[in-house]
Every structure is written in C-alpha cells, then in structure tokens.
Design a protein around this ligand. Structure first.
Ligand SMILES: Nc1ncnc2c1ncn2[C@@H]1O[C@H](COP(=O)(O)OP(=O)(O)OP(=O)(O)O)[C@@H](O)[C@H]1O
Length: 266
C-alpha cells in the first residue's frame, strides 16, 4: 500500500462570522492526484491556504509524513509543500529563468515571497551550480522558451506555466495547484499536465483545484467535492460525477439521474 503523505483532520476555518471550511478531513497517498472541486465560495482556496500555511486553521490538524505541519508557509515549503496561486505571483521584473530559480531557492530557504524580497534587497544568495541545469530542463519540460524575458511580458497562461515550473523546481512532496489551467492555451495545459505527471512519477502527490470538473475528473485519482465549506464527497471521479451530491451541489436537486454534469464550469 502507498505511503500516506498528507493527513488533514477536522480542519475548520472561520473568518469572523464566515465559516469558510467546516470539519474537513482527508488523506493523500504517495503518487496520488487529488482533485478539489466545488462551486464559488465552497472553500477550495481556503483548504489550500490552510495546507500551505498561508492562513492558520481555526481548528484541526495537518501531518506530513507523520510529522505535524505547523507554522508559517516558509517552514512548510522547507518541509516539502509547494503551491501556485489563483492569480500567479511571479517577480514580474525578474526574468523567466530567475523566477524558475526562485523555486530552487525556496525549497532551501523558505517561501517564494521571502526569496523575491531578498532578491530585490540585493541579498540574494548565489545559486548552487546544478540549479542552472535544473532550470533549463524545467523549461524544456514545460515548453517555455526565451528564458531571458521579464516575467511581466508573459501572457497570463505563460505566467501560470512559469509559476507551476517554479513550484516543480522545489521538488515538492505535495504540490498544491490552485486553478492552474485558467487562461492557459493548449500548450500551457499540456505543460501543466506534464508537471502533474512528473510529480506523480516521483512518488509525490498533487492537489488540483479547478472549476472544470470534466478536466479534473480526467486527470485525478480521487475527487473531493466541497460545498459551503463541507466535504460532501470523497472518492472515485466517475462516481463523483454521477453522485447525488454532485447533482445537489450544482443543480440543487438530489436525484441521481443520467444528466451529464461533466461540463460544469461555475
Ligand atoms: N480572507 C477572507 N476573509 C473573509 N472571508 C473569506 C476570506 N477568504 C475566503 N473567505 C470566504 O470563505 C468562503 C470560501 O472561500 P474560498 O475562496 O475558499 O472558496 P473557493 O471555493 O476557493 O471559491 P472560488 O472558486 O470562487 O475561488 C467564501 O464565503 C469566501 O467569501
């Protein structure tokens, strides 16, 4: 049986009077790709935020390879978590190559944000020799060329690709992708899917958030469906698409008809 990498138990997040996540538990095994779906406001990004350390949980615990996962994002990056954001967070003045290098540095020293701040403060540490080769092979894998371009000159889809590449450069145990395909063309989608497969081949795991349930179901081993902060389905992707919970969440009806809901994009 595959090793359990990540475990979340009883995760709850309240923002004042808003309960964004309510008592969510899950496990993630080595080599597994977990899809996280649900309508707007279901709590998908909140769960990614709690795992990555961008937000503290109000209640609940997380463990990575049996060790409690606590503290800020920098500590969790070093422990083996990497994430991308709904809106790519690149250092726009730096080149594509330098942005990819930031991923290598983040695994050693902390979060991407700290790396960017360090770079602009002139305190950026020299990269170990092997990093340049890693960046070149990352770029090849992603299909990114002209690595000397400033990241600010890239399209949204290209920025996403670089951000995903930067996260892969961290060689994460768990890669968290928050809507990575939004704004991507076919080449971008291909590059991102390659990254997901690479992480899986390494025996590590991916959590993939996306609105396109059809796309997610075709890529993942398991789906977790969130609705108003609660985990209402966790299991086989095809069973999820056909489940009464899916009907209920997206159409407000609890029957289990044959209606195809795979096109759902909220
Ligand atoms: N910083 C915050 N302060 C207050 N409420 C928040 C905050 N972040 C999220 N929320 C609320 O928590 C709930 C869950 O939001 P979240 O962004 O996690 O949902 P989501 O499933 O990712 O939605 P979307 O698909 O639209 O990105 C929503 O009601 C949202 O308004």
């Amino acid at each position: 049986m595959a090793e359990t990498l990540l475990v979340g138990e009883g995760l709850t997040k309240r923002y004042g009077g808003v309960t964004a996540l309510q008592d969510v538990s899950f496990t993630l095994a080595a080599g597994e790709i977990l899809g996280l779906v649900g309508p707007n406001g279901a709590g998908k990004t909140t769960l990614v935020d709690l795992i990555s350390g961008a937000q503290p949980a109000t209640e609940g615990t997380l463990t990575l390879r049996g060790q409690r996962l606590t503290g800020p994002a920098a500590r969790r990056a070093k422990a083996g978590l990497a994430r991308t954001f709904q809106y790519p967070q690149l250092a726009l003045e730096l080149s594509v190559a330098d942005n990819l290098l930031l991923g290598r540095a983040a695994r050693r020293h902390g979060t991407i944000g700290q790396m960017i701040a360090g770079a602009f403060a002139g305190a950026f540490r020299p990269h170990p020799a092997g990093d340049a080769d890693t960046v070149r092979s990352l770029a090849d894998e992603l299909g990114i060329d002209r690595l000397d371009r400033p990241a600010g000159d890239l399209s949204l889809g290209e920025q996403r690709l670089v951000e995903v590449g930067r996260a892969l450069g961290q060689d994460p145990l768990v890669l968290l992708l928050d809507e990575p395909f939004a704004g991507s063309d076919a080449g971008g989608v291909h590059g991102i899917v390659e990254v997901i497969r690479t992480v899986q081949r390494r025996g590590h795991a991916v959590i993939l958030v996306d609105h396109n349930v059809d796309l997610v179901a075709g890529l993942v081993d398991r789906i977790m469906l969130l609705d108003r902060g609660r985990n209402v389905f966790d299991g086989d992707p095809r069973e999820c698409l056909a489940s009464p919970q899916m009907q209920q969440v997206y159409f407000g009806v609890a029957d289990n008809s044959d209606e195809d809901v795979s096109h759902v994009v909220s």
